[in-house]
Design a protein around this ligand. Structure first.
Ligand SMILES: Nc1ncnc2c1ncn2[C@@H]1O[C@H](COP(=O)(O)OP(=O)(O)O)[C@@H](O)[C@H]1O
Ligand SMILES: [Mg+2]
Length: 350
């Protein structure tokens, strides 16, 4: 937020005006007293007249002070109260009009400006929340309707064994999709709320990457892909359970967006004291337009694959890398393939 000149409660001009006012009032009282004693010697009358004069001056001062308070305190406080009440009721469209003559801000102006920022931020997260709910509901709908339809179909007792098997497989795929979606949402939610604390330890990154690739061996073989591993022997201090999420998602994407005969590359090198992991593929590649959104929740660029996955893989990857203080970059060319590079700095033992 901008740094600005704060006026308000204490200003030298205010102190001087206050001083002059008090001096003026005392001066007026003295002059009136002088005027009275020149005209009468009746002590009781002087006392009564002076009492009256003091009372009138006091009332005058009080009125001036009340007006000053109304303008400088009550008005902004009332504005702030109304705004906070509206925010408390869920109206985030509140924006306070800040009037600071001569660029001098009072503390109330700063509070009002902060309220404006707060309301704007709350409004933004409200939009994110509703978008998120809409996305989740949408993602839940497809597998749920598959479950419903195929469960109904399976109830037909006249089904032959092959059809029954096919329906059961479709059912279990839909159930897996649902469970993957929920697992990913929960994981992302926990990472965002900092409920998952990274547990750092020294481990072999080489070993972990090899294990991750091995887990996909069958899928790679079935799809007739070629896996090209080039892993240097490197240990790092990081959070292995979190990094596992990264490798699994990047490898599964590489496999998903490639065709038979394509190459999946996995490399680990040390560059400038950092561990650099690259997961590449010679698949369909990512266009510039798609590339701008791939780290957004629920974004799926390639609609022909949208039956698989839920667009939460890369947001999860990005979150983990952010938490671990690493860097992620993507290089891709449509029709030629993509390469995701992760740089993990510090505590690298080659
Ligand atoms: N290796 C890749 N090749 C081509 N496109 C990719 C690759 N990895 C990610 N993408 C694009 O990024 C999008 C988001 O990826 P992700 O968050 O993992 O979601 P999902 O895999 O569920 O579609 C994908 O839908 C796809 O368009
Ligand atoms: Mg994915």
């Amino acid at each position: 937020m901008k740094k600005r000149k704060l006026g308000g409660e204490f200003t030298y001009a205010g102190v001087i005006i206050f001083f002059i006012t008090i001096a003026l009032i005392i001066q007026i009282a003295v002059l009136i007293y002088d005027y009275i004693i020149q005209r009468t010697t009746d002590k009781a009358l002087i006392a009564v007249l002076m009492l009256g004069v003091i009372a009138i001056l006091a009332v005058l001062c009080t009125v001036v002070d009340v007006i000053r308070r109304r303008i400088t305190i009550d008005r902004p406080v009332k504005k702030i109260l109304t705004a906070t009440e509206r925010i408390a009721k869920g109206d985030f469209s509140v924006r306070l009009d800040i009037q600071s003559p001569y660029g001098r801000y009072s503390h109330y102006d700063v509070i009002m400006e902060n309220i404006n920022v707060l309301a704007a931020e709350l409004g933004k997260s409200e939009v994110l929340k509703t978008d998120f709910i809409a996305n989740v509901s949408h993602e839940l709908k497809t597998p749920l309707s598959v479950l419903q339809n195929y469960a109904a179909l399976l109830q037909d007792s006249g089904l032959d064994e092959e059809t029954r098997q096919r329906y059961a497989k479709t059912l279990s795929r839909a159930a897996k999709r649902l469970s993957d979606l929920i697992t990913n949402i929960l994981k992302l939610n926990k990472l965002e709320n900092q409920e998952i604390k990274p547990e750092f330890e020294r481990f072999s990154l080489t070993e972990q990457l090899a294990q991750a690739a091995l887990a996909f061996e069958e899928v790679i073989e079935n799809k007739n892909l070629v896996l090209d591993c080039d892993l240097d022997d490197i240990q790092i201090v990081s959070a292995p359970s979190l990094l596992e999420i990264v490798w699994n998602n990047l490898l599964s994407n590489a496999i998903k967006f490639t065709e038979a005969g394509d190459i999946i590359g996995l490399s680990l090198k040390v560059k400038g004291g950092a561990a650099v992991v690259t997961v590449s593929d010679s698949g369909c590649g990512i266009s510039k337009e798609t590339g701008a959104h791939i780290f957004e929740k629920f974004y799926q660029g390639d609609t022909s694959h949208s039956g698989e996955g839920n667009g939460l893989g890369l947001p999860l990857v990005k979150k983990v890398i952010d938490i671990l203080g690493g860097e992620i970059s993507v290089a891709s060319e449509v029709g030629k393939g993509s390469a995701f590079t992760i740089v993990l700095k510090g505590n690298v033992y080659a």
